[in-house]
Write a protein that binds this ligand. Sequence first.
Ligand code: 9WN
Length: 455
Amino acid sequence: MERSLLRPEDIIARAAEVLRENDMGGWTRASPTLYPHQWSWDSAFIAIGLAHLDTGRAAAEITSLLDHQWENGKIPHIVFNPEAPPESYFPGPEHWASAADGPEAPTGPAMTSGLCQPPVHAIAAMRILQVAEARGEGVAETREFLEEAYPKLLAWHRYLATARDPEESGLVTIYHPWESGTDNSPRWTPALERVEVGEIPHYERADLGHVPDPEERPTGYEYDRFIWLVEVIKRTGCDDDVLYEKCPFLAKDVLASAILVRANEALLEMAEVVGAPEVHRSTVSAWIERGHKGLEERWDPDLGLCADYDLRAGEPLAARTIAGFAPLIAGGGKPDQLRGLLRVLHSSDFAGYPDLRWPLPPSTSPDESGFLPRNYWRGPVWPVMNWLLWWSLEDSGERKRAARLKDYSLAQLSDGSFGEYYEPFTGEALGSDDQSWTAAVALDWLADEEGSKSQ
Ligand code: 9WN
């Protein structure tokens, strides 16, 4: 059905409605049917959007996630909703139950997955304070929230800097493509192909029942590997040392590492706000420096992008995907490199590709061999990725480019479906409608519009 285009004030109203409808009481499901649970990095983006509606509720979003943090500092990738019907999402809580007996898993009735996702949380937490200060509302409460959240976020970042980086490379190791948040992206294809699938119990995919067309979701080949890796990870009790030895998928993720650099910068600011001891600040500063170095080492001059690294195979994972813009997202890079990245971003490899509905970067370059315009992370445009790029461009002083990216992104969202991702050539919304993080980034963009008008 053709939808009429919404005006900015209607986008705000609809986005707020989406977040209200997905509000499960103190936490937000990622989408109404496809994702009925709380996802880690979704919640961070959701908090950024919620801040414009209610800073207290935004803080609660992060707090509720942190309530399920593991003993070793890990923030789990999913906190399961006990009320969601068992057949609504696979693999659900029962599937992860054995991992919940592991020594690091949180005690208590709530069930979580044993994986994690990119660490956007500290960035979100500081953004809540920024919004509260700009509005002159809820500042004291937000500061109290930050005092509570700070040690937990520090423990989270410490987990990533140690258990997930024993080599001290500055780069985050992942055990499963789900941990990257860009599940079936071609960035992981060679590493996934090297995974030999063992015995897996028969399983039914719930996701295919929630999208109009299975072509929008990962393939059966990919899912078998996803589920096998979950099996392997669970059998170790999610033990990082054992996984380093045994996990058949072991990779350095440049996008998560870049986000960690930014999140560490946010943590430094938070340390200032809560008056944390000096030693924390020097530790976090060292993590930031190490992160920049690590990304530098993963620069691929042929691609003009950063490339992930397959630790198991000992080989780089060269692919033209949105993750390659990691140094732009990390910020603070060399001016030459920034210029190069901007060139690639606007080139026919990405946003300048002919016949795109809007000049917005597809998740995978249309020139990459694994590109599929309707398939999940293999081509569609993801608004949440555009938010990350927009935010990074703003921060690098590239205000004009940032404004263009925001304007086209808002044009994309003006059909009001708040799709999970969009077909790059037709602009059709794909995956789930009413995706919470899409609504959230729309709210943040439109608040920025308001902010720039009043300046
Ligand atoms: C697996 C919730 C999540 C996002 C991920 C996205 C997708 C899950 C799935 O949905 O992944 O974690 O079942 O496909 O890839 O980035 O956090 O929105």
